[in-house]
Design a protein. Structure first.
Length: 283
């Protein structure tokens, strides 16, 4: 189903403020539908994210697709663990209804925003079930980076008003907020959210392998020209994942922008995704 140009999210059922689901029209395989979970980047435009979901639907018509959005407000006004876990609770309920070691979830996580959201989902799932989330494979797109005030400024700036005077005032307020947050973390020696997320997705208490080989598989898709997430930070995490027992693949794109690899090289991008989806269907 193609996205509605007026309302790209119309084909998807809204489970909560930021959680959506789409079931296939064929209901004959209710108990064995492949499960796809997508965590989009912060402030992802509905039209852009709908294109990914539509392509996933085309590739795997029988899949149940759950996806999560996030916004700047989630990070500034709903940053506590309890608020974040309440935000992802509808997704946890949807996962519990169909995921198990015999029917694990395929995950696709975009940017630090999607990674941050996913770590809270993993923690909420463990709190609700007492178990780590079984996954068949995972794609990490344009992530993870490391905490940087300059990179955070660029990331949050995408959602600021376009009118120059409002944008100038908003940028000033944003810069002050980020400086204060950084100062607080430094004074209290509190770990930043990105560092915690980098550790969480390698934590076997939160995520477990559930595929034919019994080895967690992960593919990093990133770029040498990403101005928000440095490719060296991604490769450093890929090495950490390998040391933690993951089977890791690195797909480094040349000259593509942040979360822009699919638009720049769609054939290469979706061929990578299909390989990992095959692992999900074989699990």
């Amino acid at each position: 189903m193609a996205p509605d140009p007026e309302n790209p999210l119309a084909p998807f059922r809204k489970l909560g403020p930021s959680v959506y689901i789409q079931n296939p029209t064929d209901t004959t395989t209710e108990d064995d539908r492949p499960l796809i979970f997508i965590a989009f980047w912060m402030n992802a435009p509905p039209r852009a994210l709908a294109k990914y979901v539509v392509e996933y639907r085309r590739i795997v018509p029988s899949a149940r697709i759950i996806f999560i959005r996030s916004s700047s407000n989630d990070f500034f006004f709903r940053s506590t663990a309890s608020a974040q876990q309440a935000r992802v609770a509808p997704a946890v309920d949807a996962l519990r209804a169909s995921v198990n070691p015999e029917n694990p979830v395929f995950m696709h996580v975009f940017s630090n925003g999607g990674l941050f959201r996913t770590t809270h989902l993993l923690k909420a799932y463990r709190n609700a079930t007492g178990n780590s989330l079984p996954i068949s494979s995972m794609i990490v797109d344009s992530a993870p980076g490391t905490a940087s005030t300059a990179a955070a400024m660029r990331a949050f700036s995408f959602a600021l008003p376009k009118l120059w005077i409002l944008r100038l005032l908003s940028k000033s307020a944003l810069w002050v907020s980020l400086i204060l947050i950084k100062a607080f973390q430094t004074l209290t020696r509190s770990p930043d959210a990105i560092s915690l997320a980098r550790e969480a997705i390698n934590d076997t208490a939160l995520v477990q392998a559930a595929n034919a080989k019994g080895v967690p598989t992960r593919c990093y898709i990133y770029s040498d020209t990403d101005d928000l997430v440095d490719w060296r930070d991604v490769e450093r995490h890929a090495s950490e994942s390998e040391a933690s027992g993951w089977a890791v693949r690195r797909e480094k794109f040349q000259g593509t922008p942040h979360v822009g690899h699919m638009r720049a090289q769609p054939e290469r991008y979706w061929s990578i995704v299909k390989e990992y989806l095959e692992a999900a269907e074989a699990a």
